[in-house]
Design a protein around this ligand. Sequence first.
Ligand code: GCV
Length: 663
Amino acid sequence: MEKKNWSDLWLSYGKVTELGGARVLALDGLNAESRIIKSAVAELKRGLKGLADIELVTDGTVANSGEKITLIREPSIPKEGYEVVSSGGELKIKASDDNGILYGVFALLRHLAMGQSLESLNEKSSPSNPIRMMDHWDDMDGKIERGYSGDSFFFENDEIIVSDRIVDYARFMASIGINAVAINNVNVRGAATFLITDRFFSKVKEIQDIFADYGITLYLTINFASPIEIGGLETCDPLDEKVITWWKDKSKEIFEKLPGVGGYLVKADSEGRPGPFTYGRTQADGANMLADAVKPYDGIVIWRCFVYNCTQDWRDYKTDRARAGYDYFMEFDGAYRDNVILQIKNGPMDFQVREPVSPLLGGLKRTNQMLEVQIAQEYTGHQIDLFYLIPMYKEVLNFHTYCNEDCDTVADIISGKAMGNKNAGFAAVINTGNDYNWTGNDLAAVNLYGFGRLAYDTSLSAETIAREWVRLTFSMDRNSEDILVEMLLDSGKIYEKYTAPLGIGWMVTPHYHYGPSVDGYEYSRWGTYHRADHHAIGVDRTDKGTGYAQQYYKKNAEMYNDPDTCPEELLLFFHRVPYTRKLKSGKTLIQHIYDTHFDGAEEAKELAAKWDSIKNAVPSDVYERVAERFKLQIENANEWRDQINSYFYRKSDIPDEKGRKIY
Ligand code: GCV
């Protein structure tokens, strides 16, 4: 084993003393039957030893000594679900498949680590979503697009690195119920295009095997122009016979060399990437061609819906980027093959702090759908500022689309319940890198943990998840734990207060996306405008404006269309509003902007002070790393406060009622 220079995150298995002294337990039932069961048993041994000083004996010698853990196949338990039940000295982990057993083992260890005794365990659980996926945006030169925690641990200098770190990564992912992963960036360029060739197959296979030990399916992110770049064809037109044949042959080769691979993840016709539009074809033409090629191997094509015009003229008020996904994909609802899944970002723009839920989710009624969120904090503080993202995801999951009478939330759609389909799921752009602590900011690991837990069980609350993560990661007194949980739960609101107001989004430093630049994107080609003048701000997306609000089912369309019923936190997303408009609080819009920005910057300071107050409850290296980031967060919040307030004061010429310092 190479020297370990990475942390154990939430799987440190430190002693939980209350569990009592050393004892021996016997393992009964399944043992080493498959690669996944082997991993499960190894994890069980390791965890029991670390957490409770329990020796797990697996050679059958003391199988009748009384106390034992039995692994049982129970066909009636849903796919990848588990039951962990203890009674009369026996602990049973039951599941219908290997992944279920593995998740049952991790559940048992989680309960122990949380301080529960073995004797009182009784949990049943099964996954809400069939596919629970991590999408890496790792490039083969070792850099990570939108990565804030070091470089890739998969790639370096256009080569694949296979290391023990990947084994630990797979363990972490399995421990939170992740069953799918894509390791290369959706922007597939250079060497990454050749991941589906002999140049890389053997190394890809090694990584795939590590994942397979933990029940995780590898997906490959492919370059739509591969027929040209690898195959030497002159076109990648999805309806061209030569292209169709090329992908059929290539897929046969891929599935033979990498048996068990899940399929392809594709970014096409997006931000300069090649795609079917070049040939006058539709997104459905592109996705279906690939789907047919992988069909014989039960492969899946996950096709991203992040397609929009990124060369817009800012003078053009008619084109609305928010409309693009729906406009490009809805018309083919029902025409996508059943092994195509459309992967849809949570909002119609791009992972902003506040956006409405994409109207494609549930708008599509006869198409498989997957929700894509971003735990990499591109627009939410670069893993410098604290932002616990799970409350935001809960809001998205709980959103009623009205696509059905009942069973119409986003959670219902991505679980496959709303449409009775099995190809559905939940994916996140991951926030890891090769930093010692994996996520740059130690506290950002809560988003990694939380996403997996939520994808497995969308009914868990943000608070439950936060508390689990805190307790598994640190062993602190109850008071410190409460403080940290509260910090996490407050963090998103605080960040929202000091950044762009009321759903307008953007206003960030172009390309880099950290820190304020109110007009940074205002006169650009990206379709991201706030249109502020001296009277008003916001984009009219109602029936009198771009018509975006009409992409929702009636009830939501009506709610968003009217500024009086539009949720206030999205007011400027849907409406153009004068600075003097009275909000529900009785404040004017401009006063709201001033107040939230002054408050937000203050609250950022309070977060830092709370962190200091629990200094002694966390390891000193963790304290230092996080404290350093809080210093930067305070500076960032001050900068946001001053730039936003000054900008709107200068535009509106309306002073702050409280006479605070504005520049
Ligand atoms: C991988 C945004 C990001 C890009 C990213 C893109 C996408 O535009 O800034 O870095 O590219 O989204 O989701 O494809």
